[in-house]
Design a protein around this ligand. Sequence first.
Ligand code: ZN
Length: 151
Amino acid sequence: MIREEACPQCGGRPVREVVVRRESVVGRWKTEYEDRCCACDACGEEYYDVPQLKASLRTAADSVRAKVGLVSPERIRALRARYGLSQAQLERLLGIGSKMVVRWERGGVLPSLAASRLIEVLDDVPVAVFAKLAAKRGVVPKRDGRQEGAA
Ligand SMILES: [Zn+2]
C-alpha cells in the first residue's frame, strides 16, 4: 500500500506500508513475528508510525504469550469481572506490587509464568475455594463468581 506522506529521512516517495518479519526480545523471551511498517523506495529507510508501533508491540507481546503460555489481558479482566474484583484487590490476592495488574491488562507488561499459572488456578478453582483464598488475604469479592445462567 502506497502512503501519502514523503519519507521523513530523505523526503522521497513513494513510501509503502510493508509486512516485515521481526525478531525481538519481550521481557526475558525472544520472539519472531510479522508486523507492518513504512519503507521508503528512494532511500530504503524503514520506520513505524504510531499505530504501527502500538500494533507491533502488541503483536510481539501476543506471540510471546502464545509461545510461553502466559495469560492474556482478556483472561485477567474476565477473572476480575467474574468476582467483581478491583485491580488493587487482585494485586493483594496475588501478593504483587501495585499497578502490576493495570500494566498486564494494558498488554505492555507480561505477567511472569508463575503469575500466569496462579491466575489460571484462581480462574479454575470452585467458587467456595476462591472465596476462602480471597478472605485469607482480606479481599472481599463483590460478586459470588458464578456464571450468569449457571444453576
Ligand atoms: Zn527515504
